[in-house]
Design a binder for this molecule. Structure first.
Ligand code: GDP
Ligand code: ZN
Length: 298
């Protein structure tokens, strides 16, 4: 008897799609006919309907891909709700340029970012407050955690609950340590999932979602350092700085890009300390970078 179920693709490898069905586990599926019917290739993160072939062997066929909310290219993943970007407060010191680049990339794709500063055990409170303040004042959610001392973990868990989250950050900041802590409390069901997904581990690295709760998924993004503001008009950049929004249209010149223009409301806000100078400095350097790119294009 055919049984229809809904789940999420957590991994795709050589023609097989691994579909996690909350409460039932992982099914190894083929996607026969999908391309012909829907003219699309299933992506990790896709919510799908599957026909069960064998409940015992946990096999099935992807019968339909449900409408996508969004799709990222690098990593290739669909239906991303948010991004968790992790930096360390020390060892390595945060690279704010890289952090801002990442935030811009996510803003461009309309994906909300949450910033996590890990290794808070390595810095003084005053320093932590400063880091926190820079990004809180831009409107971002900011977490201070310590994987080492298991602090702030429940806070992260709460933010991830029920969502698909892309996790990013340079290496050495504690991504694996945090992810392991998040997985510790996961039910037996996930143990079984892990076993199943470990097959094929030795092949090249594929995009894969980790299940950290019934409807809670994480995706690790390798190649973070390759992130770059690409294919963006320099005039668009300012719209990806949430803290600029309230000043937009208040400058003397219409279409002010807040770089060289006089009587600029954004520059005034930087002077009065309402916009963080470091964020603004990075803005100007990204702007110049995009300008250079543009010159090379023409
Ligand atoms: P990843 O490369 O981002 O996955 O980072 P890892 O999780 O492998 O951690 C890199 C190093 O930082 C390891 O030696 C961890 O033990 C250490 N580490 C991770 N989290 C913390 C933390 O909160 N505090 C301190 N002091 N060290 C940490
Ligand atoms: Zn301006």
């Amino acid at each position: 008897m055919d049984k229809n179920m809904q789940g999420k693709i957590v991994k795709g490898i050589s023609g097989f799609y691994y579909v996690h069905v909350a409460g039932s586990g992982i099914y190894e599926c083929k996607a026969k006919g999908i391309f012909r019917q829907q003219k699309m290739k299933p992506l990790v993160g896709d919510d799908v309907e599957i026909d069960i072939i064998s409940e015992e062997k946990k096999t099935g066929n992807v019968a339909a891909i449900l409408p996508r909310k969004n799709a990222l290219i690098r990593p290739a993943v669909a239906n991303v709700d948010q991004a968790l970007v992790i930096f360390a407060v020390r060892q390595p010191d945060p690279n704010y340029q890289l952090l801002d680049r990442f935030l811009i990339t996510m803003e461009q794709q309309e994906i909300p970012s949450i910033i996590c500063f890990n290794k808070k055990d390595l810095a003084e409170q005053e320093e932590l407050d400063q880091m926190y303040q820079i990004y809180i004042s831009c409107g971002y959610q900011v977490l201070l955690t310590s994987a080492e001392q298991e602090e702030g973990i429940s806070q992260i868990r709460k933010i991830l609950e029920g969502k698909t989250t892309v996790v990013a950050g340079p290496s050495g900041v504690g991504k694996s340590s945090l992810t392991n802590l998040l997985q510790e409390e996961v039910s037996m069901e996930t143990g079984e999932i892990s076993k199943k997904l470990k097959r094929g581990r030795h092949t090249t690295r594929h995009a894969q979602l980790l299940t950290v709760g019934e409807h809670t998924y994480l995706m690790d993004t390798p190649g973070f350092s390759s992130l770059f503001v690409e294919g963006m008009e320099k005039e668009e950049l300012r719209f990806h700085y949430p803290e600029f929004a309230e000043y937009e249209g208040k400058c003397r010149f219409q279409g002010c890009v807040h770089v060289h223009e006089p009587e600029c409301a954004v520059k005034q806000a930087v002077e009065s300390g309402k916009i963080h100078r470091q964020r603004y400095k990075n803005y100007v350097s990204f702007y110049e970078e995009l300008k250079e790119q543009e010159k090379r294009r023409y």
